[in-house]
Design a protein around this ligand. Structure first.
Ligand code: APR
Ligand code: PHB
Length: 392
């Protein structure tokens, strides 16, 4: 058995785990990240692309923003279209004084990776059978195997940043863990194409189903279509994808969409999920390990960042003063923000997607909701505040 010791053992090297390691390091707190996949694999996953202004601030304060500030695109708001040509602009700048940044999660992950390499942090990759132990005691530890050898990390705290399919949540006793879930009856088919994107993000409610036009950089577009969960990726060659996009968007918007071969294509199921509490003993969950939101509204990555912000603050306070105040409050503080984002993502998903049983009545209700949103300054202000993300 190979033994080592650190202050915080971090399970999972996605954005949550790496950002936590980096924020702790800036305050002189040691950690080791244990990741199941190779770092190259983690970097290759195509994920979200919208950073709330609060997230941007955290990355800037942590010295992680050089490339983001060069290559990310600042937006003042986002558009929604419905009813065969109606259109609104959710003006976040006007209503909140903030903006958001279009910047791919993949790039953020690369920035974190290189920052951690620069200060010489430890990211163990290809760790198998990772398992937290004794989280209800003062001496928790994490075990794993790598290249056939067994390892043990003794620590003060375990941070479960291992995503929805991770192991950390499973060590919380069944009598303690409460789970809340909604599975939506459709998925998102997403593509990347090396074509210039539309200048704004445009969400689309159409009787044929939801669509979204987004971007990664001036020559990389990201588009999504709501599809049936039974659909197979092979049933969606590029021609069919672009044809369907142009049927869902109003003609003038469709005419501006530059099509081209896809360089990535995948179908993701859509769900809302929350696990409570986000702490048990000396185990603290952060990011997708504790909650999943539908991608509509792009809250997933931003919630991972806000969890990690709260958790890093709490751990830093503990090491500076021995105080448990913020650690004891972590689960409630994080969950308050999580449920708000879960509710907003559910609302935006429900308002923009075609549900199997909604009928003509449901379609009209959605369109009326969007009509009202577009004419009410009060409703717009509320929606803009939510899209922008509540202050930390
Ligand atoms: N042991 C070690 N690592 C694990 C284990 C395990 N048993 N299970 C999962 N992991 C790793 C995964 O390989 C992954 O790299 O944990 C990491 C979790 O990363 P993410 O799933 O990206 O979750 P998180 O860091 O919370 O990021 C939040 O925001 O945009 C959303 O879902 C999107 O990934 C995004 C998330
Ligand atoms: C994306 O660009 O991937 C994206 C943008 C906005 C969303 C969801 C996804 O609401």
């Amino acid at each position: 058995m190979n033994q080592s010791r650190t202050q915080v053992a971090i399970v999972g090297g996605g954005p949550a785990g790496l950002l936590l390691s980096h924020l702790l390091h800036l305050a002189g707190v040691e950690s080791i990240v244990v990741e199941r996949q190779t770092r190259a694999y983690v970097l290759s996953r195509v994920r979200a692309g919208v950073l709330e202004w609060g997230t941007v601030g955290i990355l800037r304060d942590a010295g992680l923003a050089d490339r983001m500030d060069r290559e990310g695109k600042i937006h003042d708001g986002t558009a929604i279209t419905w009813g065969g040509g109606k259109r609104l602009f959710l003006d976040i700048k006007q209503h909140t004084g903030r903006h958001f940044m279009a910047y791919g999660q993949t790039l953020m992950q690369e920035d974190l990776d290189s920052a951690i390499d620069r200060w010489g942090g430890t990211i163990v990759e290809e760790a198998e059978n990772v398992m937290p132990h004794d989280i209800e005691t003062d001496t928790p530890w994490v075990s794993y195997t790598k290249d056939g050898e067994e390892y043990r990390i003794d620590c003060d705290f375990v941070a479960g940043c291992d995503g929805y399919h991770g192991v950390s949540r499973t060590v919380i006793p069944a009598g303690v863990l409460r789970e809340y879930e909604r599975v939506y009856p459709f998925g998102w088919l997403g593509i990347l194409s090396e074509t210039p994107p539309l200048p704004e993000l445009i969400y689309c409610n159409s009787p044929r189903g939801f669509a979204l036009a987004s971007m990664r950089n001036p020559m990389l577009s990201r588009y999504y279509l709501q599809v049936s969960l039974e659909d197979d990726i092979d049933e969606w060659p590029d021609d069919r994808f672009w044809d369907e996009i142009s049927r869902r968007y109003p003609d003038d918007i469709a005419a501006d969409i530059v099509t081209g071969p896809s360089v990535e294509k995948s179908i993701a199921p859509i769900r809302s999920y929350v696990a409570e509490p986000m702490r048990h003993g000396r185990l603290f969950l952060a990011g997708d390990a504790a909650h999943i939101v539908p991608p509509t509204g792009a809250k997933g990555l931003n919630l991972a960042v806000s969890d990690v912000y709260y958790l890093s603050r709490a751990l830093i306070e503990y090491y500076a003063t021995g105080g448990w105040g913020l650690l004891d409050g972590y689960s409630d503080t994080a969950l308050h923000r999580v449920w708000n984002a879960v509710r907003f993502s559910w609302w935006l998903t429900t308002t923009l997607h075609r549900f199997p049983d909604q009928g003509e009545f449901g379609q009209r209700i959605q369109e009326s909701e969007l009509d009202y949103l577009s004419t009410s300054d009060a409703y717009m202000a509320a929606a803009a505040e939510q899209y922008a993300g509540l202050p930390l």
